[in-house]
Design a protein around this ligand. Sequence first.
Ligand code: FAD
Length: 427
Amino acid sequence: MTYPRYQLDCGWNALLPRREANPSLQHDIEVDVAIVGAGWTGIAAAKRWHELAPTDAITLLDSSEIGEGNPGRNSGFLLQIALAEDANPKQIERMAQCNELSGETMAQIVAEVQQSGHQVDLQRAGTYRAAASRIGLKSLNKYRAFLEAARLPFEELNRHALRERLGSDFYQQGLYSPDCYLAQPAAVIRALAAQLPNDIQLYENTPALSLKNAPGGWRVTTPNGNVTCRKLMLANNAFSKELGVGGSRLVAMYTFAGLTPVLGDEQLAGLGTDTNWGLLPTHRLGSTLRRTADGRLLIRSMYGYEKEHSQHRIEAELAKRVRRRFPALANTEFEHVWGGAVGFTLNGGALWGEAKPGLFVSAGCNGGGTVKGTLLGRLLVDKAHGMNVPDVPKLFGRASWMPPEPLRTIGFHIASTVESWHGRHEL
Ligand SMILES: Cc1cc2nc3c(=O)[nH]c(=O)nc-3n(C[C@H](O)[C@H](O)[C@H](O)COP(=O)(O)OP(=O)(O)OC[C@H]3O[C@@H](n4cnc5c(N)ncnc54)[C@H](O)[C@@H]3O)c2cc1C
């Protein structure tokens, strides 16, 4: 399958008013540039291309609908600084440049959301990171070293302080960093798509099924029409490998989220003093949590290698993880659960650049691609126009090679079993 087909609807999108999707492509077209994937990366790339070449015909194709597809399925953290996994206190100069680029990109997102006039619950609420066990504490210490070396502001919290603010005594220790926005992600991506210039043609429900060279460029096949273009950009994340780009470096890792109904006053009173917060895990297999501005609890956790888990398994596992953290919510059922695909690379580096003449790709967000995807989408367009761009592979890493199947699947299952055991107290 060259595009994601989710078994469960996106919970964030279900909370929003119905949106009329743009029509799907129904005939052959010829354009200057075609972009596959109207997510954070693809929308940013389309806008940037239009800024640099306003008379070029630009088309964006998406297999899903804006808000319902992958870009709206995340936990809604928009990080202004490096993730704990990317942060390296020994490379402060490089990290400072990454953080500066991310900060500028975030400012552009905020400005566009404001211009759109959409209500997206965007707030610079910051983010907690907290550890429940020895392995989590080790990673928390590493992140603290990075924040200190980078002279970034943060606050340290012990179990008592975390309990008071978040209502859970699951965690032993935590850090709070103000450099993160929280938002309703499906609403944000709708707002960003609404800000596309009118002469960019967006086709929804239009999956790219295959690509091939055509005279002077590329041809993209979709179910009811072909797109011939001079330049082609793949911004479809994990699924670029299904179109023949990045197969040796990228896998689709599914992860899952559950959102409760708006909680009652009594339940909310037990959830600490902060009324809009987000918490990221310190262990790769840990859980992301949010208390939303409207009083819901979100949990994101678990991974599925190249496939989704059953609804029953997602609900049961996520509920167990909520119970461990908030025993008082043991009887609260989720209003929505869903899955989404992350473009995962072995070393966390990006798959970015000109893959073949006239064919560009930006993929491999590794679970933190709202702001980074926006940035790398814009920079890819600059590169396609021959501009001087920051050295993306040096700054954000270059996706490393992965062994082919079946070794890859076997390796993943072994690594995940070992990691799950080590990180079992953080799950
Ligand atoms: C549950 C979950 C929670 C997450 N939480 C966070 C978070 O809090 N913060 C954060 O920064 N990141 C988070 N992530 C990761 C984040 O969602 C991604 O990094 C981000 O969406 C990447 O943006 P993108 O535009 O590069 O790709 P995507 O968002 O994956 O967008 C790719 C688009 O391409 C389309 N597409 C795919 N194949 C085709 C095809 N063949 N033809 C046409 N269109 C196609 C898809 O429909 C999609 O719209 C999370 C991910 C998940 C699943």
